[in-house]
Design a protein around this ligand. Structure first.
Ligand code: GDP
Length: 452
């Protein structure tokens, strides 16, 4: 996600580091590099112009010359301005005072609307809402079935004309998306769903018939939110497409999809500034949990390689089983030994978080370790799990008894090499030592003052 932009900006700042005062020439050189990096990442020209002009103006002001560390101050300015072009404040979904809240999805075919309907449905359900998905995309042959599949995976009901209507009483006509949308909302009201997500049809390119249909659906269901979904990988077309949808349907918020791709993605970064509409969500993969609320400040921080620890923590909280976490904390506090069985539970919880690569990528300074990160093998987690599962309960509780012949047996049982088993046992011994120290109230080793 925005990797090359991130690399370019961080290396620009590296050149500034260690300098005392910055001359006007230094600042101009930096601004020039930033401009080039943004343009190469496909950020729209007017946005780049506005961005670099304010960075330059602020960098030349007393804000920087009077700063203790001018280079750091420049990074802070770039960060502020990035937050600005990404829309500033985080914008939450606007829920209707009288339910149901109607959310309509619009965008080109393949943008990721149907997938988003499932992601949003799941996220809302987890927050205690009772969403209903409405299949008003009757253009693409498979769209209704696809939405039904996504809905089922999310555990959320769907309202659709046959096929795929899942037993709902509907006489909606296949060829009438406006009617389906209207009936879907009526159904939600009747069955007391508090949110309705209406999926609409997209075409491969912007066209008048598509726009008119979307506008008709909007008029029929008077949505509280119209979310424009845009594939971040379509490059420079993103801005024109967004402007066409703004004129044709209008929307209240933007969803950037496919942010997991490594395309340049800068055009998507321009959408908030160009349309004046906030980016509300980001889609980062094909799985239903690959979905985040878009926080402009956290995204800026990721782009500048300062990490996004807050999102990381939120995702961990979502995946972790509170009961297990508490048990573990109690165990560590009581000074009881951390065993391989505990380790296995932890691994399984980590796996629930999804891609380790994605998680590690949210740590500060990761841009410099991108190669290692790329080589991170997600299957490592499975290998460790296989090894632990090949141990007897006694071995898991007391790894000291694992001698040479036991190691060979475990290797055979798990289909791994003996050196992989040795490697795991070494790492485990280290982790156990660290846990013991934490249990003694010493905090993490090497950390001052017993930080948690
Ligand atoms: P729609 O035509 O707008 O409804 O788009 P779909 O939801 O059918 O998505 C089109 C394709 O993009 C599907 O193959 C999805 O699995 C895929 N897709 C959707 N969102 C993402 C995402 O965030 N990341 C990736 N990698 N693929 C996605």
């Amino acid at each position: 996600m925005f990797n090359s932009l991130s690399d370019r900006l961080t290396s620009t700042f590296k050149n500034l580091r260690g300098r005392g005062r910055l001359s006007e020439a230094d600042i101009d050189a930096t601004v020039r590099e930033i401009r080039r990096a943004l343009l190469d990442a496909d950020v729209a020209v007017p946005v780049v112009r506005q961005f670099t002009a304010s960075v330059r103006e602020r960098a030349l002001s007393a804000e920087v010359s009077g700063a203790l560390n001018p280079a750091q101050q420049v990074v802070k300015i770039v960060n502020d301005e990035l937050v600005g072009i990404l829309g500033g404040e985080t914008r939450a979904l606007q829920l209707a005072k009288t339910p149901p809240t109607v959310i309509m999805l619009a965008g080109l075919q393949g943008a990721g609307k149907t997938t988003l309907a499932g992601k949003l449905g799941l996220a809302l359900k987890e927050q205690g809402h009772t969403p209903l998905l409405v299949a008003a995309d009757l253009q693409r042959p498979n769209a209704v079935t696809q939405l039904s599949v996504v809905a089922e995976r999310a555990g959320v009901p769907v309202f659709a004309p046959h096929p795929g209507n899942q037993g709902m009483e509907t006489d909606a006509v296949i060829g009438d998306p406006v009617g389906v949308a209207r009936q879907g909302v009526a159904e939600a009201r009747a069955k007391q769903h508090d949110v309705v997500i209406v999926d609409t049809a997209g075409r491969l390119g912007v066209d008048q018939v598509l726009m008119q249909q979307a506008a008709d659906i909007r008029d029929a269901v008077t949505p509280d939110e119209v979310l424009f979904v845009i594939d971040a990988m379509i490059g420079q077309d993103a801005v024109a497409t967004a402007q066409a949808f703004l004129a044709g349907v209008d929307f209240t918020g933007v969803v950037l999809s496919k942010l997991d791709g490594d395309a340049r993605g800068g055009a998507a970064l321009s959408v908030a500034t160009v349309t004046g509409r906030p980016i509300m969500f980001a889609s980062t993969g094909e799985k239903l949990t690959d979905f985040e609320v878009f926080h402009p400040d956290r995204m800026a921080s990721r782009i500048l390689d300062m990490g996004d620890v807050l999102t990381l923590i939120e995702q961990a909280e979502r995946a972790f089983d509170a009961g297990e976490a508490e048990k573990m904390a109690a165990k560590v506090a009581s000074g009881e030994d951390f065993t391989l069985s505990d380790f296995l539970v932890q691994m399984q919880q980590m796996k629930k978080l999804g891609s380790m690569k994605k998680m590690l990528g949210m740590l500060p300074g990761m841009a410099q370790m991108r190669d290692q990160l790329e080589n991170f093998d997600e299957r490592e987690v499975d290998r460790v799990q296989a090894i632990i599962q090949s141990m007897t309960p006694a071995e898991r509780d007391n790894p000291k008894i694992i001698n040479g012949s036991r190691r060979a047996r475990i290797a055979r049982g798990s289909g791994q090499t003996t050196s992989a088993v040795n490697g795991l046992l070494d790492r485990f011994t280290q982790a156990q030592k660290m846990m013991r120290q934490m249990g003694k109230g010493g905090g993490l080793p090497g950390m001052p003052g017993g930080m948690p």
